[in-house]
Design a protein around this ligand. Structure first.
Ligand SMILES: [Zn+2]
Length: 300
């Protein structure tokens, strides 16, 4: 091996190590670290926790009822939720386009029809959450609704050249209603300009519970003053929302796997967990301040 080819080989190894396709270029730093409720996180560990392996992103997670008329139909690490009503259903997050058949399979396994999806919503304009929107619309005829501030980024998502469809543009605080269920769109920007936290209520055992579909609050590696302002507002917004059941665009944001394992007929619903409602905000807000402090210290 020549010196040059040796060098190339080492470079290859370094760049390829530990990251799945698409993540290598964007692998965040392993600092700063923050400890929240006894667990230590770094930007890199949070991303790894959210995304899992390439297989985790595309493997069906057992579809299950979360609460009332809300069901999980996503993969091991990418969330997709089905909200069932007597007048048709709402899907939140299509995830990757290649996952849409898996989501359709989960919907059917729960006893519902994919063609009954009348409305498609999303959490935020990144490919792992909304790349499949055009295909979902093609397969179901659903109306696609999106937060105005995320529309430019959604238009960039063009799997196989398909244009991203938007049938209704939403603004902060607007409601989406179908068959007696109302979802409220809360603008919680920072991760993307139009990151949307959805809230609704669900009935179970004669009681009404507040459900929150959290949008990612994960800050980028470099926090610009504009993004810092957005996050500062978003953390406040999220903390003020009523919540008994916290969900998220990645299952790890609400300990889905651990809670799913505790699901048992007759036992209390593990997803009703108000104490965990602000956990993700606590982690990401601590990380946000640590990143800002690190940026400040690096300035000459
Ligand atoms: Zn994202």
């Amino acid at each position: 091996m020549t010196r040059m080819s040796q060098l190339r080989w080492f470079t290859c190894l370094l760049l390829g190590a530990g990251a799945g396709p698409g993540l290598a270029q964007n692998l965040p730093a392993d600092h700063p670290s923050v400890t929240v409720r006894g667990v230590t996180y770094t930007p890199r560990s949070v991303l790894a926790r959210n995304m899992g392996s390439e297989a985790d992103r595309v493997t069906q997670f057992p579809p299950h009822k979360v609460i009332g008329n809300i069901y999980y139909v996503g993969t091991t690490t990418l969330s997709s939720f089905l909200v069932v009503t007597p007048q048709g259903n709402i899907l939140i997050d299509s995830t990757y386009e290649r996952n849409v058949p898996t989501i359709a399979k989960s919907v059917e396994q729960l006893g519902f029809k994919f063609s009954d999806i009348k409305i498609l919503l999303g959490n935020h304009a990144h490919g792992d959450h909304q790349e499949g929107d055009a295909l979902v619309k093609q397969m179901s005829g659903a109306q696609v609704m999106a937060m105005a501030e995320d529309v430019p980024a959604l238009k960039e998502l063009k799997p196989g050249g398909k244009e991203h469809p938007v049938d209704r543009i939403l603004h902060d605080g607007e409601q989406v209603t179908l068959g007696g269920t109302t979802l409220v769109a809360h603008l919680t920007p920072g991760h993307t300009r139009g990151c949307t936290t959805w809230t609704t209520t669900a009935q179970e055992g004669g009681k009404t519970y507040n459900v929150m579909f959290g949008c990612s609050l994960r800050p980028p590696a470099v926090v610009t003053p504009e993004v810092a302002d957005e996050f500062t507002r978003s953390f406040k917004t999220v903390r003020a929302l009523p919540c008994d059941v916290q969900l998220g665009d990645h299952g790890a944001q609400y300990n889905m796997r651990e809670k799913f394992a505790k699901l048992k007929d007759g036992a209390p619903n593990p997803f009703i967990d108000p104490a965990s409602c602000t956990l993700e905000a606590d982690v990401e807000e601590a990380m946000f301040h640590a990143l800002l402090a690190e940026q400040q210290a690096a300035r000459p």
